[in-house]
Design a binder for this molecule. Structure first.
Ligand code: NBG
Length: 807
């Protein structure tokens, strides 16, 4: 906890305003005020940030191609424990802290769960006093900004660096690193030692931008280091001599500039299939090479023995995007440190660990051999050698040919990154129990059978500081009032709330807080979209990326069904509902974009139909991002987690919503199963196919969407509406969705789960009618959400993976 004197703070603020902008506070814009405030806070923490760097404990480096940070000001103030002083200090200077909080840009350097998880992990590592740092890319443009025009998603470039920089970052030119692409590699025998000559390569400079990651009231500050790609500066002198053509002509120089700067231009708006090919591969090697070189440089500066690297350093790869960490570390140990293959390999395996985040085959990265060979000639050689040795090992195990081929790292065409990750690391984990079981028994079965000890589960978690303490202050304060402050550092203590489950006053208070949060969201919706929503209606929320397997379509078809019921019978008994969606579709994912258009058209029709007396409202929140999530989640009554069973590796939105007292409506998929285990069947609503049923359909077939359509009146009615003009302005999109369901026998079994889902929704309706009972369910959910704090997850990673065997 930092001590901050109010008057001193005010003084520093004023002085900083003059030194940065040479003007007085009263003439400053919000952006300038924000900059000044962040700069004052950076001054306060700067010494600790440096001190922390001299830490002697083992260091963890978390490599991730995405970090979806969200705004930092509020959470930094919370973690430092100075929000109150800053708020009052600013007030005395006539400045409103909340306006500054909202003026901060929301760095969207990630697509969804995977990137947000990385951000929660950074928060937890700092808060648990683990010296754990992130490496990633400082994309000039993060995830696109989503706009709806006539109900269609339109993508606009994200410009989070509007003022030329980000308020929390510090650039460190003295720590810049050169990353080499392309060129020729020659191996020369130098007195029995192999010397590697890499010539004619293209050097790109990785410029580090550091963001402080502040632990919760523990004086610990870690670093997220993001690299920006730049041309090599003259200061690196001799290296340019090796560079291709030395970029003599003006035209060549421009080409080179483009080549270098393009790498960190834009985040790929896709988390489930790999796109952008060559440029994406460049991005991956760029940040991996810079990060690994950085680690080794720091390690050697401390005069430590390179052969003991794994005792002091843990490298974690977040999905396969940073898998090149493995051959890159090998390259440095072999070519630069002169270790033997076996020594280098041992160190590498013992240093690196890997998390898998999906079983969707389309998301399993593969790189064409030729592409990788041309772009990264030395790395390719090393991967070839890893593969050759691994194949020899497998041959000895007498596995059959097919199995060996499946397990190979390089096949006829491609390099399989998941295989390389498994072979080159000492730990492989899934992100929820079911997901890990599926990895072991299905997707990665060959590897599990071969080396079962490598595999383990680490169920995801969320930073409860951001997702409860900071974004739902009223609820957080109520909890503290009931069970004391200890839950903030040990979320298992939330369980103590359960003694209040029959306390009417407490339940009422929970209901009241939910209502207040709903009112706040309703106000936002009114201001933004001019839609009136009733805070007394059920706020039914589905917020996540738009993907067929997540089945926003199932939700939408159910809304359509309810609408029909109301039209047929105006006295149809139902609690008023507000269906809230937030989702971006990858720009090239046509079906997902059709579903967005469908939901928007449906919303347009329903919201403007006086016949249903405002019983249903549908709101699609534009440009869903971390800040919107912080507004929506505290206001949710129902949390829609309705993916096709087996497809959602874990989910983390499900945990955030539960922790804020929403009731989960779910299939038994991903971490929903663990939520079910925590709260028990009375406090969650479950429906749909089981994992085995889905696996059986996948293996043996037998699913017919057409049969369901023909035999079920309710299904037929809503499916027909996709193409019969009932919902205007979506002819093409409706047809596309119809085909995906019927013509192509939908692989996500939307129609198969439809009836069951309708029943589950009816149950929600019944449950909500009894407010006291509903609030009790909310309380049970909050009380049992403690295990989903990312502090628990990170403690497990630390104990079982990163610090295993350390004293
Ligand atoms: C996502 C899964 C989610 C999971 C997050 C974080 C990818 C590739 N995977 O279910 O779909 O919660 O990872 O683990 O983005």
């Amino acid at each position: 906890m930092v001590k901050l004197n109010k008057n001193k703070f005010k003084q520093s603020f004023e002085t900083k305003m003059y030194s940065l902008y040479a003007q007085s506070i009263k003439d400053a814009t919000d952006e300038q005020l924000l900059n000044v405030l962040c700069s004052v806070i950076k001054d306060i923490i700067s010494k600790k940030w440096v001190d922390n760097k001299l830490d002697s404990q083992k260091e963890v480096y978390y490599f991730s191609i995405e970090f979806l940070l969200g705004r930092q000001l509020k959470s930094n103030l919370l973690n430092l424990g100075i929000e109150d002083v800053v708020r009052t200090g600013l007030k005395e200077l006539n400045i409103d802290l909340d306006s500054l909080i909202n003026a901060e840009s929301d760095p969207a350097l990630g697509n969804g769960g995977l990137g947000r998880l990385a951000a929660c992990f950074l928060d937890s590592m700092a808060s648990l006093d683990i010296s754990g740092h992130g490496y990633g890319i400082r994309y000039k443009h993060g995830l696109f900004e989503q706009k709806f025009i006539n109900g269609y998603q339109v993508e606009v470039p994200d410009n989070w660096l509007t003022q030329g920089g980000y308020v929390w970052e510090t650039v460190r030119p003295n720590k810049a690193i050169v990353v080499k692409f392309e060129g020729n590699v020659n191996l020369v025998d130098k007195n029995g030692r192999l010397e590697v000559n890499h010539t004619d390569y293209i050097p790109v400079m990785a410029m580090p931008y550091d963001i402080p990651i502040i632990g919760y009231r523990n004086n610990s500050i870690n670093t997220l280091r993001l690299f920006k790609s730049e041309v090599l500066s003259r200061d690196f002198g001799p290296l340019t001599i090796h560079a291709k053509n030395s970029y003599g002509s003006y035209e060549d120089a421009l080409k080179y500039k483009y080549y270098a700067e393009e790498i960190s231009q834009v985040l790929y708006p896709n988390d489930s299939n790999y796109a952008g090919r060559l440029l994406r591969l460049k991005q991956e090697y760029f940040f991996v090479s810079a990060g690994i070189q950085d680690i080794i440089r720091k390690y050697k500066k401390n005069k430590l023995d390179i052969k003991k690297l794994n005792e002091k350093v843990a490298i974690h790869i977040n999905d396969t995007h940073p898998t090149l960490c493995i051959p890159e570390l090998m390259r440095i140990l072999l070519d630069e440190e002169g270790l033997s293959w076996d020594e280098a390999w041992n160190i590498t395996i013992n240093t690196v660990s890997y998390t898998n985040h999906t079983i969707m085959t389309e998301a399993m990265e593969r790189w064409p051999k030729e592409m990788l060979k041309t772009l990264l000639p030395r790395i390719y050689m090393i991967i070839e050698e890893i593969d050759r040795r691994y194949m020899n090992e497998l041959e000895e195990s007498k596995y059959d040919h097919d199995k060996i081929y499946r397990m190979s790292i390089i096949d006829n065409n491609d390099i399989k990154m998941a295989n390389l990750s498994i072979v080159g690391s000492h730990s492989v984990n899934g992100v929820a129990k079911l997901h890990t079981e599926l990895l072991k028994k299905e997707v990665l079965k060959d590897f599990y059978d071969h080396e079962p000890e490598k595999f383990n589960n680490k169920t995801n978690g969320i930073a409860h500081r951001r997702w409860l303490i900071s974004s739902n202050t009223e609820l957080s304060d109520l909890i503290t009032g009931l069970i004391s402050e200890d839950w903030k550092t040990d979320t298992r203590k939330l369980k103590e709330l359960e003694v209040h489950r029959h306390d009417k006053a407490v339940l009422e208070k929970i209901g009241q807080i939910k209502y207040n949060n709903k009112e706040r969201l309703a106000k936002f919706i009114k201001e933004k979209y001019d839609i009136d929503v009733n805070p007394n209606s059920i706020f039914d929320v589905q917020i996540k990326r738009l993907h067929a397997y997540k089945r926003q379509l199932l939700n939408a078809l159910h809304i359509l069904h309810l609408y029909h019921e109301l039209l047929e019978n105006p006295n149809f008994d139902m609690e008023p509902r507000t269906f809230i969606f937030g989702a971006k579709a990858a720009p090239g994912y046509y079906l997902a974009k059709c579903i967005i258009k469908f939901i928007n058209s449906l919303a347009e029709k329903i919201n403007n139909d006086p016949r249903i007396d405002n019983k249903i409202k549908v709101v699609f929140i534009e440009n869903y991002d971390v800040s919107k999530a912080e507004l929506i989640i505290p206001a949710a009554d129902v949390s829609e987690q309705i993916s096709t069973t087996t497809k959602e590796a874990s989910g983390t939105g499900n945990m955030k919503l539960m922790m804020n007292g929403a009731i989960t409506l779910a299939t038994l998929d991903g971490a929903n199963i663990e939520i079910f285990d925590q709260v028990g069947e009375d406090n969650i609503v479950i429906f749909g196919l089981s994992a085995n049923e889905v696996l059986n359909y996948n293996k043996f077939g037998g699913y017919s969407a057409l049969d369901l359509y023909n035999s079920n009146r309710v299904i037929k009615r809503v499916v027909d509406d996709l193409v019969n003009g009932f919902i205007p302005n979506m002819e093409k999109e409706g047809r596309q969705i119809y085909d995906s369901l019927i013509t192509y026998n939908d692989e996500y079994f939307v129609l198969r789960d439809m009836e069951n889902y309708i029943e589950a929704q009816e149950k929600i309706d019944r449950l909500y009618k009894n407010k006291e009972k509903w609030n009790e369910m909310a309380l049970i959910n909050i009380a049992n959400s403690g295990v989903f704090s990312s502090d628990r997850t990170i403690a497990e990673y630390a104990e079982d993976i990163w610090f295993k065997g350390c004293e």
